[in-house]
Design a protein around this ligand. Structure first.
Ligand code: NAD
Length: 245
């Protein structure tokens, strides 16, 4: 019989990224043993093992998942890269490969970083709940692949197979080492391109502090059990109040 790996042995796919690194650091603080799987290694943390590889490569994933009971999947091509084939290949097909590798390696839990944009069609949403339908006309192709990715992960949740999944949906994420949001805002402002208002000035947009996003991921992982209502569900994650923009 196979001895189950400790529930504190986990892998973070995309662990070299902005969110992934914060997640890795917090998991280490909480006593998890962490393996990072990413196409690039960008930092070092004592005790964390890095594996360089593409999540579309099942054999590479299997090597890392061998003694792991929990996988966080927070890898994605940058939304700015504008490469449709790459979005589909990594976010949809690659995520299917991640699921297959998890099941073959008998990983018990998969936590996906999805996006709140999966329910956004360009029409204002206030206090949106998780029962909103997926956008029929997503705002861009990246988001279209995030929808497919989330569906694939949530549909794979199976108590019979002893494989449980959950998705966390942040909107904008900010915090230390943010490579996109604040730097782009500052850059745009410096170029004098922010001297106009979209809408009537009362628009709200949701940003979440990165540590809160990390907290949501870890809570989801720790509460994901065969009898819990989290199984196969997606959760919006936010700060207390949206920010006036
Ligand atoms: P990021 O670009 O900083 O990190 C993504 C990581 O994934 C990078 O380290 C990259 O090397 C890795 N990666 C990309 N393709 C890969 C592949 N084929 N195989 C292995 N690794 C690969 O992005 P982030 O801001 O940390 O975003 C993390 C997740 O959160 C993504 O799924 C993104 O869709 C989601 N998200 C981000 C935001 C935000 O505001 N940053 C908002 C909503 C959702």
């Amino acid at each position: 019989t196979r001895i189950r790996p400790s529930s504190k042995r986990c892998a973070v796919i995309g662990g070299s990224g902005f969110l992934g690194r914060h997640l890795v650091e917090r998991l280490v603080e909480k006593g998890y043993s962490v393996a990072v799987f990413d196409i690039a290694q960008r930092y070092e943390v004592p005790g964390v093992v890095f594996h360089q590889g593409d999540l579309c490569d099942k054999q590479a994933l299997l090597k890392v998942f061998k003694d792991v009971s929990l996988v966080f999947h927070c890898a994605s091509p940058s939304p700015a890269c504008d490469d449709r084939n790459l979005f589909w290949k990594v976010n949809v097909e690659g995520t299917r490969t991640v699921i297959q590798a998890c099941q073959e390696a008998r990983v018990q839990k998969l936590v996906l970083t999805s996006s709140a944009s999966v329910v956004f069609e360009g029409i204002d949403i206030k206090n949106g709940k998780e029962d909103l339908p997926y956008a029929k006309r997503p705002i861009d192709y990246y988001t279209e692949t995030k929808i497919q990715q989330e569906k694939v992960v949530l549909e794979a949740c199976s108590k019979e197979k002893d494989f449980l999944t959950v998705a966390i949906r942040p909107h904008g994420i900010f915090g230390p080492r943010d490579p996109q949001l604040v730097p782009i805002l500052v850059d745009t402002a410096r170029k004098g391109k922010m001297k106009f208002i979209i809408g009537d000035g009362t628009n709200l947009v949701d940003f979440t502090y990165v540590e809160n996003v990390v907290h949501g991921h870890i809570l989801a992982a720790e509460h994901l059990k065969p009898d819990s209502p989290l199984c196969g569900k997606a959760y919006h994650i936010t700060n207390d109040e949206p920010i006036r923009f």
